[in-house]
Design a protein around this ligand. Structure first.
Ligand code: IMP
Length: 180
C-alpha cells in the first residue's frame, strides 16, 4: 500500500506523539469530569483508540454511523445517520471525534443533531483538518494536524474502503483516484 503514496505526511511515531499531546490538553481542560467520546465511524476509530488510551480522565464511548445520500459524494454534506448512539447524551460533556474536517458540512449536520439532545457541552476533536477547504464555519476545539488540500489516506482514512490500516498518513497518488 505504501507504494500508492506520493508522500508520507506523518509517520506513526509523529502521530502517536501528537495524539498524546492532544490527550493531555483534553485531560487538563476536563479535569474532575467524565467525557463522552462520540466517534464517527469508521475512519475516526483509529484516532479514538489512541486518544482514549492517553486520557487521564474517565471517558465513555459511543459511535455514530453516517451515510452519504449521494454515492460519489456529488452532494457533499448531504448525509444521514445510519447508526445512532446507544446512549443518552443529555447533560454530558460530549467530544465529537472526527478523522478529518474538510468542507465542514458533515460536522455542521452532526453538531445540529447532537446539540438538540441537550448535552451539557459539545466540542469537536479532529485528527486532521483541511482548513483551506472549509465552506461553513465549524468550531474545531482540538486538532492534531492541519493538512494541505490534498487527498490523504492511512490511520483510518480511506479511499473506497482501502488504505485505512496504513499506520502512517500520506498523500495518495492522484492517478489512483483519477483513473476510476
Ligand atoms: P466534510 O463534510 O467535507 O467536512 O467531509 C468530511 C468527510 O470527507 C470525512 O469524514 C471523510 O470521510 C471525507 N474526506 C475528506 N477529505 C478526505 C481525504 O483527504 N481522505 C479521505 N477522506 C476524506
Amino acid at each position: 500500500m505504501l507504494e500508492d503514496l506520493e508522500r508520507i505526511l506523518f509517520t506513526e511515531d509523529r502521530i502517536r506523539e501528537r495524539i498524546a499531546e492532544v490527550a493531555a490538553e483534553i485531560s487538563r481542560d476536563y479535569e474532575g469530569r467524565e467525557v463522552m467520546l462520540v466517534t464517527v465511524l469508521k475512519g475516526a476509530v483509529f484516532f479514538l483508540t489512541h486518544l482514549a488510551r492517553s486520557l487521564t480522565i474517565p471517558a465513555r464511548l459511543d459511535f455514530l454511523g453516517i451515510a452519504s445520500f449521494s454515492p460519489g459524494k456529488a452532494l457533499p454534506g448531504v448525509v444521514r445517520i445510519s447508526k445512532d448512539l446507544d446512549q443518552d447524551i443529555q447533560n454530558m460533556d460530549v467530544i465529537l471525534i472526527e478523522d478529518i474536517v474538510d468542507t465542514g458540512l458533515t460536522l455542521r449536520y452532526l453538531l445540529n443533531v447532537l446539540s438538540g439532545r441537550q448535552p451539557r457541552s459539545i466540542v469537536v476533536c479532529t485528527f486532521l483538518d483541511k482548513a483551506q477547504r472549509r465552506l461553513v464555519d465549524i468550531p474545531v476545539k482540538y486538532r492534531c494536524f492541519e493538512i494541505p488540500d490534498r487527498f490523504v489516506v492511512g490511520f483510518g482514512l480511506d479511499y473506497d474502503q482501502h488504505y485505512r490500516t496504513l499506520p502512517c498518513v500520506g498523500i495518495l497518488k492522484s492517478h489512483i483516484y483519477q483513473g476510476r
